[in-house]
Structures are given as structure tokens and as C-alpha cells.
Design a protein around this ligand. Structure first.
Ligand code: GLN
Length: 271
């Protein structure tokens, strides 16, 4: 399992989100407090960030906005990424970079690799397609034999050999068809949970303007302020009130607000 977070709000140094907060993502790499599976997240890390973009959408739009890199130039910068296969605490350059880089839209993760998956940085979140960044906190049992309708060309184009990269390929397929981000995550969770009822599927997706996330088997929290929102696997100890997202939920967020929607139970009796 991993820990991940996404932020939308006024531009801040990445360090403010990642390394400075007590019990923040940096510390969660070796001492997560609420992680339900695994103990340390030492198998790599990654951060993706956007240049400051246009004003945030209303929260009602988060589930419905046009999606995908196929949507063309809509004013969003392609996010930059920095990913490594080493523990976050072992990369002093990253800590320096985080002090120097400022952004108002960020997705970051620390990784605890599932056995049998790619160990290099290609398997470290965030995964990217156009303006989208994605992370998965969890595991899909027997993922190499997961039934999927994905075209083989898209399977072969997977960024890494891991369950998370497969989930991302499934999500990208839907995003490219213009499905809204919340609908995409819900559909991927339903499809995978129907075939693998014990899968843990905490997904996190952003285009730098909206955040969609699922709580499905591990912890998910959020914190809002007048002009920002932070969604994370677990709270840090920076000032502000955190709210826990119930398991089996979809979260949709912009800087204007957060909606949490219960995901319907998945029927598995036909499997
Ligand atoms: N199973 C994924 C991987 O191996 C995600 C693991 C995570 O939650 N740590 O990268």
C-alpha cells in the first residue's frame, strides 16, 4: 500500500504540502499512522504539479466536466513529474526541489510496492496522460489475470508492470472517451471489485482543476479552507480540520467545495 495526496489552491511551495507538515507525506514514507496494509512506503515516490491555471470549476461540475487529453487545448498546462525508485527520505535533491517549486495543483505519492510488480520509477505514481495525474493506494489480487475489455494495444502501452498501471490504463481508456473523472473512477472500482472482491482500490485523479478520489479498502481524508482543498490518505498535523471519508465512497473536490458520494455495493454473485 501507499500513501498519496492531492492539493488544489493558491500556489505554495511543494515543501509546504509534502515535507514540512508534521506527520505529512514525508513522514508517512516511514511512519504512516493509519495505513491499513504494509508498514513503510520505501519503494519510491513521485510528485506531479501544474502551472497555475484558470479559476476552479464549481463542485457540481467536478463529476461532469469534459475529460481527457483528447479534449484538446483548454488552457491547462501538462503537469510536470518527478519520480524516483528510492525512498523519499533518501533523496536530498527532492527535498531541495520541493522548497524551490511552487504550484497550486499537486498530486504526490509514496510507494510500498506489491510483490511481482515493476520496481523502477515507472511504477511510481503519479501516472500521467495529458493533463491527468493518477495514483492508486491498494492492491488487486491476481491482477495479471484480471478480466478486462481493454484493447491489447492499450495493455501493451502500460507504463509499468503493476496492478496500479493496469488500473490507470483502464481509467485512461474511459477518460479518452470523454467520461467524467468521478464516473471513471467509480466504473473502474466497480469493474475490478466485481472480479476481485478483496481488491483495495483507493484511487486519486486530478487534472489540476478538480480532484476525484475513492475510498475502497484503505483510509481517505480531506481538509478544506476558504481557497484550497487537500485530499490525503491520512491527516498531517498542520493546522486545520480533517474529515474522514467513509469506506466505499467517491469524493469529488474543487477549491469551491467537496462532495462525498456513497458507492453502491458491487454484485459479485455472478463471478
Ligand atoms: N500495488 C501498487 C504498487 O505496487 C500500489 C501499492 C500501494 O498502495 N503501495 O505500486
Amino acid at each position: 500500500m501507499c500513501r498519496h495526496l492531492a492539493y488544489l489552491g493558491p500556489p505554495v511551495p511543494l515543501a509546504r504540502l509534502l515535507t514540512e507538515p508534521p506527520r505529512g507525506l514525508y513522514e508517512q514514507a516511514w511512519r504512516p499512522r493509519r495505513q491499513r496494509h504494509g508498514t513503510v512506503n520505501a519503494d519510491g515516490f513521485g510528485v506531479g504539479w501544474y502551472l497555475p491555471g484558470p479559476a476552479a470549476a464549481a463542485p457540481e461540475d467536478a463529476g461532469e466536466s469534459a475529460a481527457g487529453s483528447a479534449a484538446g487545448d483548454d488552457g491547462f498546462a501538462r503537469p510536470a513529474r518527478y519520480r524516483r525508485a528510492v525512498p523519499l527520505w533518501a533523496d536530498e535533491n527532492a527535498v531541495e526541489l520541493f522548497r524551490a517549486v511552487t504550484s497550486g495543483a499537486v498530486l504526490a505519492a509514496v510507494r510500498s510496492a506489491t510483490a511481482g510488480t515493476t520496481q523502477d520509477e515507472s511504477a511510481a505514481a503519479p501516472f500521467r496522460d495529458g493533463r491527468w495525474l493518477f495514483s492508486h493506494n491498494g492492491a488487486v489480487p491476481d491482477w495479471t489475470r484480471l478480466p478486462t475489455t481493454l484493447p491489447s494495444a492499450e495493455l501493451l502501452a502500460m507504463e509499468a508492470r503493476s496492478d496500479s498501471a493496469l488500473l490507470w490504463a483502464m481509467a485512461v481508456h474511459r477518460l479518452r472517451q470523454g467520461e467524467p473523472p468521478g464516473g471513471v473512477l467509480a466504473a473502474v472500482v466497480r469493474e475490478v471489485a466485481a472480479a476481485r472482491p478483496t481488491a483495495r482500490l483507493n484511487l486519486l485523479l486530478t487534472d489540476g482543476r478538480t480532484i476525484a478520489a475513492t475510498a475502497w479498502g484503505d483510509t481517505l481524508w480531506y481538509r478544506t479552507g476558504p481557497d484550497h482543498v487537500l485530499v490525503a490518505s491520512e491527516p498531517d498535523d498542520a493546522p486545520g480540520e480533517w474529515h474522514e471519508v467513509p469506506d466505499r465512497s467517491l469524493l469529488l473536490a474543487t477549491t469551491a467545495g467537496v462532495r462525498v458520494i456513497a458507492l453502491r455495493p458491487v454484485r459479485t454473485d455472478s463471478k
